[in-house]
Every structure is written in structure tokens, then in C-alpha cells.
Design a protein around this ligand. Sequence first.
Ligand code: GDP
Length: 394
Amino acid sequence: MTRAKKMIDKIKELMWKPDKIRNMGIVAHIDHGKTTLSDNLLAGAGMISEELAGRQLYLDFDEQEKERGITIHAANVSMVHEYKGDEYLINLIDTPGHVDFGGDVTRAMRAVDGVIVVVDAVEGVMPQTETVLRQALRENVKPVLFVNKVDRLIRELELTPDQMQEKLMKVILEVNKLIKAMRPEKYDEWKLDVAAGSVAFGSALYKWAVSVPAMKDTGIGFKEVYDYIKSDNVKELSKKSPLHSVVLDMVVKHLPSPIQAQKERIATIWRGNVESPEGQAMVKCDPNGPVALMVTKIVVDPHAGEIAVGRLFSGTLKAGMELYIVDRKAKNRIQTVGLFMGPKRVEVSEIPAGNIVAIVGLKDAVAGSTCSTLEKFEPFEAIKHISEPVVTMA
Ligand code: GDP
């Protein structure tokens, strides 16, 4: 069996185990390393080749965007990660970072259950870090922290290991202060805890990371990081304490599965009656309930045409099924349903609740659309007044 076939089989198996799924986003102030981190997580998890990471796969995008990474234009990328002997399906959903795309950020936040907040170790917390953190907390999305560009503290600022730790602790303190101010009732549960491992430090560019739990296995702590960088041996550092394994371990351990998350989040992200049958189906992430799907992005595939990508909160999707596009008062028939393997779409026969899906056939859906097997279903987003421009990310 080829490697790709094996990976598809793994993903097909994991999609039926929602406790083994993590739906997450990466958010950051501009230039703090969101793209580099996304690409290198995907490459590290073996979902794209290392050489492609950071390079543009599809050449028909805007010229100015050509140099951006693979993940930046994908509505979702999926990877399989092993943690303590079990495999997990990690879906990284694109959460646009631009402040002027407010609506897109909000709807993407609705589709994820957790976020990695990336902060540049040199710059520290910046205004956009605050904005994206606020958006996540408002949508009841749990944050973990990756302090990036730690190499710069040693190479550019020439800090000693002690000064470096002091600076890093300051970043954590600042983010914790924000969590406390923005979401006081969640603070005890969600505050960043270095010892527990909800914070990792490293370099997305040089592909290494450390955390307290990882240190116990790898033996690599701040002092070792300092020595490896000073002796110009980051290759060895990234072999001994690889970025993807440290960061994805943190994701699996600290971000909730759809089962855990939907229990709590439905009341925040959906204005319908949570006690209704469709409300309870979503709270329970029930594959046998009515279909409740939120479209986060429409992407265009050269062969398949328009593909709606979104989060399935309840029900099971199958080809041939008819769905109401609730906010558009339309009814469309699903032609194919698919999942992601890395940035690639793989068609499958059916997909249950808790997953990120790619659907061909929902021709009336736009980014933000709510789709259901029920004609009367409270949409995830307030329906905009008809005279307001509809912005899509197609
Ligand atoms: P984004 O705007 O948050 O997506 O940031 P990018 O991933 O595009 O990174 C911005 C710049 O920072 C790029 O030039 C990257 O090469 C650089 N960069 C990213 N991670 C690191 C790192 O760990 N160390 C250093 N020194 N530079 C980095």
C-alpha cells in the first residue's frame, strides 16, 4: 500500500472517532509567523514535502500572494499526529488574520474549537494579538500559546539564557492578563500554564520547539536551546525537539475535541434554542441528528468547480443528499463529499459530525451559509440586510 493510501485510510478511520479530532486555527499579529508555522506543521507531520513548505503550490493566485505559504489559501488542511500511542486527526482551518476581514475571522472562529496564538518573542504582544485573542475568547474558543522566533532573542538581541527566560515569561504573563481581562469566568480553566504544557517556545522557521512536558522526553530545555543556537547547530536541535511534534502534542493535550467543545460552545455560536432536538443534536455532536453545517469558505477547484468547506456540527453527510441553504432560501443536492489529506481533497462516501468537510454541489452557499436537512433552521450568522454587500472569500 502506498503512503498516501495508508494516510487516507487513517483519516477515514479517525473521522468516525470525534474524541480523536481537533479542529483548530492559528492566529497572530501580522509577521509573527502564522504562515511559516502552518506550513511547517503540515510538512513535519508528513502531509506535504519539506521542500514545498513555504512555497506556493497553486500558481493562479494573485502575484503578490505567490510567495506566501501553502496553507494560507487552503480553507482547511488536515494532518494525522500520534500522541502517546494514539493517532489524532488535526484540522487546521484558515482563520484570516486581517482586521478588515472581521466577518471572515468570526465565522472561521465559529468553526474551530481551539487556537494557537503565535507571538513573536522579540516584539511580544501586539495590537492584533489582542484583537485575534478577543475574537477567539468571544466565540468560546480555547487558546494555547506558541512563542515564535526565539532564535532572534539569542542571535539578534544576544540575551543570556536567564534574560531569555525572563523575556518569554513576560509574554506569557501579558497573554494571561488579556485572558483574565477578556474572559474572567474562564481564566482558571484557560490560563496559560508552562508546567502543564499549554505554552511552547521555538522557531517556526528553523523547525524546533520546546515545552515543559516535551523537555521530559527530549532532554532539551532552554539551556540546550541556547547552546545549540550559539554553536550554529539548529539542524540538530530541530531533529531532537521537532516543531511539529512539540506543537501538535500541545494541541492534542490542551485543545478540546468536538465532543468536549460542542457541549459548551453551541450556546455561544448559535442563537437557536439549545434545548430543541436540533440544538441537542449539535450539543452532542450527534451523527444521527439533522445536518447542521456552517460553510466557512468557498474555494474554486479547477476540475470540480466551487467547493464549500465548512464545519459539520451534527448529522452525517452523503452524496445525493439534499440540503437547505437556510440563509439563501435555496435547496441544493450534494454531488460529492470530501475530507482533507494535507491540503488535498479526498472524496469519501459519507462524513459524520465533528469534521471539516468539502462539498461539491452547494451552488447557492456562500461563506457564512448555514446548511441543514431541516428547512427551518436558525442560521449560525445573523442574516445581513439585503442592501449590505456580501463579501465572500472565494
Ligand atoms: P505571518 O504574517 O504571521 O503569516 O508571518 P510569516 O509566517 O509570513 O513570517 C513573517 C516573517 O518572519 C517571514 O520573513 C518569516 O521567514 C519570518 N519568521 C517566521 N518564523 C520565524 C522564526 O522562527 N525565526 C525567525 N528569525 N524568523 C521567522
